[in-house]
Design a protein around this ligand. Structure first.
Ligand code: FMN
Length: 224
């Protein structure tokens, strides 16, 4: 099982609740499945560029114009995306670790998503066939921490909505969420309890992920 872990948090683990969820998740996953091939991408070490006009031309022009040829500058604009997409398309499971910032994902995470969700890289798109995945990801695990508490369907939560819909667009339906909520001690007295519950949930989700069947027969049945 190949797992790609993308983390968008500049804090060290001892100060970051979301990174502590990741530690609990991977501690359990690797205990249960030592053969897991784990690739870590720290978006503060490998900062994505903002989406550019050249990247836009390089990836979208071929969709609309079969005679389009990339210029050198346009080719270079795909460098970061191409490297990340190789990791993405090789993964069976994607784990995203981040805090909630201003009700959404941190800017580096948004920039990373913009880089990789490009036609010809992680999906193909056409009028006849619609969107066809070029990746093989079965499941996404979202590990998130927030100061506040957001019940399901709370309209302030732009974070989980964006992750769910962005990746559903390229055919990933299964999203598991572990959320350490209520982490602001100014507003909540049960910060530690909330964190402990989420750490427990992270280990439980790792048990489910360890059981994903990746044998060719199971993958074929799931695709039908
Ligand atoms: C720049 C910034 C913006 C934040 N915005 C929100 C927010 O919109 N909603 C919320 O509930 N908490 C917000 N918080 C609080 C964090 O989500 C909370 O501290 C969380 O525990 C951070 O995760 P971490 O411990 O993994 O860094 C914000 C914190 C920072 C630093």
């Amino acid at each position: 099982m190949n797992v790609l872990h993308v983390c968008a948090n500049p804090k060290p683990t001892e100060e970051s609740v979301s990174k502590q969820l990741a530690a609990a998740f991977f501690g359990k996953l690797i205990e249960l499945k030592p053969e897991v091939e784990l690739v870590n991408v720290d978006l503060y070490d490998e900062k994505p560029p903002f989406y550019s006009y050249e990247l836009y031309r390089a990836v979208w022009n071929p969709v609309f114009d079969e005679n389009y040829e990339r210029s050198k500058v346009e080719e270079m604009a795909t460098n970061y995306a191409t490297k990340q997409v190789e990791l993405f398309n090789n993964a069976d499971v994607l784990v995203l670790t981040m805090p909630m910032w201003n009700y959404g994902v941190p800017a580096v995470m948004k920039a990373w998503i913009d880089q990789i969700l490009c036609p010809g890289l992680t999906f193909d798109i056409s009028k006849q066939d619609g969107v066809k995945p070029l990746h093989k990801i079965k499941s996404i695990v979202l590990l998130v921490a927030s100061g506040g508490v957001y019940k399901e369907d709370d309209e302030r939560d732009a974070l989980s909505r964006q992750i769910r819909h962005s990746f559903e667009f390229i055919g990933i339906e299964d999203l598991e969420i572990v959320w350490a909520e209520g982490q602001n001690p100014l507003f909540f007295d049960n910060v530690e309890e909330n964190k402990a519950l989420a750490i427990e949930a992270a280990a439980e989700i790792a048990e489910d992920i360890a059981e994903i069947d990746l044998t060719p027969a199971a993958v074929e049945v799931a695709a039908e």
